[in-house]
Design a protein around this ligand. Sequence first.
Ligand SMILES: NC(=O)c1ccc[n+]([C@@H]2O[C@H](COP(=O)([O-])OP(=O)(O)OC[C@H]3O[C@@H](n4cnc5c(N)ncnc54)[C@H](O)[C@@H]3O)[C@@H](O)[C@H]2O)c1
Length: 456
Amino acid sequence: MKVCVIGTGYVGLVTGVCLSEIGNRVLCVDNDDRKVSQLRGGKVHIYEEGLEELLAKNLESGNLSFTDDISAAIRESEIIFICVGTPPLPSGKPDLSAIDEVAREIGKSLNGYKIILNKSTVPIGTAKRIKKIINENTNPENEGFDFDIVSNPEFLKEGEAVKDAFFPERIVIGSGSQKAIDIMKKLYRPIIEQDFEYAKNNSHRKEKVPVVITDSVSSEFIKYASNAFLATKISFINEIANVCERLGANILDVTYGMGLDARIGPRFMQAGIGWGGSCFPKDVRALSYTAEEYGSPAGILNAVIQVNNQQRFKVIQKAMDFLGIIDDKIIGVLGLSFKPNTNDTREAPSITIINKFLELGAEVRVYDPVIKDYPEGLDPGAIMAVDPYGALERADLMVLVTEWDEFISLDFERLKNIMSGPNIIDGRNVLDREKLQEIGFNYSGIGTGTGTGTGS
Ligand SMILES: NC(=O)c1ccc[n+]([C@@H]2O[C@H](COP(=O)([O-])OP(=O)(O)OC[C@H]3O[C@@H](n4cnc5c(N)ncnc54)[C@H](O)[C@@H]3O)[C@@H](O)[C@H]2O)c1
């Protein structure tokens, strides 16, 4: 099929590349012409395992191309994916200006029946809004050309985006048009049936991918409610971890014991310094805003946000417990991205933590395996180190913020010799406390109290 994908960020680029890999002709559009020319040259601006290779392959085969001419891309395509950003406004309400702009362009460029498919995470009711804007902007000579709107929320996880796009846990299609639903099922058929070339012999291949067919409002709701639930799970376990810490219990043992109950399960139960990224913070706030707007205030969601906002400051408190006064101390921070295997730093706890240490007068050295430039919001007083050992040389304290694999296998004997103070705050509970204590480090995790932490 001829598909155009508008927006080449984490969602759009992965969607475009994966749709081309399963045999469609995909035209990816972005209004950032620097991004477009980089992508045309095969260079990927986001860090996602396997993406650059797939992009190169499909550029070469001619299944995939890039343009900044949105109008031409719409005219040439049967299915138009909207994958632009919907960042939060200060009120918590999502900023839909990019969606509106795309809808106006679609209205102006309609030249036949099209499916307009929205993958961006949007407030409930946005499908209707897009339809209205398209209708208002249709050129008189284009009138009569038909279109259907489909809500098709995206559930990919940054760091595992290619895997999630090819082997999703479900595909949600929300539309009032049976014709559009049938075309979408045809487009996704190889993924639903898991019979495309890339899936063969792949360990992530599924028997079949479930498809949820519903109306657009319910579809938009599925996305928000899923993210809000996951964020709730993390804030819940972080709150429990904080109480464990007071009582001397070990959250690792507690979550292991809880997770064996099939009704609870072990996933999304890792206590730490809280969630960040471009999705959870904005989606939980947006759902809370919508709930309030429609007269059904979301007490739980507001508490989930509040617990998360406080959680990252646990690190500052722990640093004070170790060092007393922070002023003039050297602190090595490991990890900038909001989670491992991505270069996304939007709403990352690292930025709040580093800026606070700098405000308190510390010298802060930072190392991240993939982020080498200063992310937006990071105080330029932070020093970027080229490797973890550089970040920790003469440091009084190590703070692990992001659980990259590289940090788990550091040479801690060497670190003990080069650091000035043998202090470690493990913000993700991933380091081997017993081993570190044997080496001579003072270790503090999040809620790890005194239990074995092994679950046995
Ligand atoms: N990142 C994730 O993990 C994730 C997962 C699921 C859903 N989502 C949702 O998907 C949407 C996109 O997220 P993202 O992380 O890919 O955002 P992003 O900011 O990485 O990418 C958005 C892209 O859209 C482009 N763009 C903006 N306005 C445009 C316009 N008028 N015409 C053409 N291009 C335009 C930008 O230049 C940018 O490249 C958001 O609503 C987000 O909530 C994101």
